[in-house]
Design a protein around this ligand. Structure first.
Ligand SMILES: Nc1ncnc2c1ncn2[C@@H]1O[C@H](COP(=O)(O)OP(=O)(O)O)[C@@H](O)[C@H]1O
Ligand SMILES: [Mg+2]
Length: 272
């Protein structure tokens, strides 16, 4: 997920990375630090080493080692790279032992929060809209009304440790293996939700499309997980339709000019 506001700055130095969080974003720093310290113990080498953090500081700072490798966004990926990406995710998801994981707070922006966000966005966004984006949004909202994704209850299993941000820029390929950065939205999650985060992220289709069926084929999903994955992909595709519309209306040119149009088509396809 793309945060609505950027709440930190990242400084890349030759041997270390310094991530400075704004004063209001204490929880982001806490999640980043929790992830790095947990992974240093339970999956050494998968993420940066945690070097320093003072979560009580006015504006928290996390200092970590600098990892080798190039971000997997914005470039074509071979089958071997997709396999290495899936292997890194499998290791991340299963690293934290169940007794430890149950004390990790749920990640932010799970399904219920996203449904609430869509309900807040719709009244100010939908009336301005026409064409294929409006049709896709209406189809998405009609599906959402019958999907019951915001029913409160425990997270569906099997629960995993989730990175929280599906941007392929957070996965670094060093020619042999994939390592993971950016844990400010990490936490306990549903594996199906974490996979949908990646397949629906704009970074996975806007430039060089991720081979989604090859990627998902690396995970032995249960029938129930496959069902939830389908629903979460629809939900996240609808969220991304809004996010890309907001980018477009703010003149933000991070994404291709036809991103909204293409996302409308992607959402329609996912809705069947
Ligand atoms: N420890 C690290 N080692 C190497 N590169 C890093 C590291 N941390 C971050 N980066 C690079 O900086 C980029 C931005 O950092 P990230 O933590 O993802 O911040 P943001 O939340 O702004 O996306 C990453 O996509 C990655 O390319
Ligand atoms: Mg990032």
């Amino acid at each position: 997920m793309t945060p609505e506001h950027c709440t930190h700055a990242v400084e890349l130095l030759p041997d270390r990375v310094i991530k400075r969080f704004r004063g209001t974003d204490r929880t982001g720093a806490e999640r980043e630090w929790r992830a790095l310290t947990l992974l240093a113990v339970h999956a050494p080498g998968l993420a940066a080493e945690p070097w320093e953090c003072d979560p009580a500081a006015g504006a928290p700072v996390v200092v970590m080692s600098r990892l080798a490798g190039v971000p997997m966004r914005g470039r074509a990926r071979s089958d071997a790279q997709v396999g290495a990406l899936a292997a890194a995710l499998h290791r991340l998801h299963t690293a934290v032992p169940p007794g430890v994981l149950e004390r990790v707070p749920p990640r932010p922006d799970l399904a219920g929060e996203l449904v609430a966000r869509i309900r807040r966005w719709t009244p100010r966004t939908r009336p301005e809209l026409g064409g294929t984006a409006a049709q896709a949004m209406d189809a998405g909202l009609a599906w959402l009304a019958s999907a019951h994704l915001d029913v409160p209850g425990p997270l569906a299993g099997p629960q995993v440790f989730g990175a929280g941000d599906g941007n392929l820029a957070n996965f670094l390929w060093d020619g042999r293996t994939v390592r993971i950065v950016d844990f400010e939205d990490s936490g306990r999650s549903d594996r199906a939700f974490e996979l949908a985060e990646i397949t629906e992220h704009v970074a996975s289709w806007a430039e060089h499309p991720l081979d989604v069926s090859s990627f998902l084929g690396h995970f032995a999903l249960t029938r129930a997980e496959r069902g939830r994955l389908r629903e979460y992909r629809r939900l996240l595709a609808l969220v991304w339709l809004f996010l890309l519309l907001f980018d477009e209306s703010s003149g933000n040119r991070r994404n291709p000019l036809d991103a909204v149009e293409r996302q409308a088509g992607r959402l329609r396809d996912l809705l069947g």
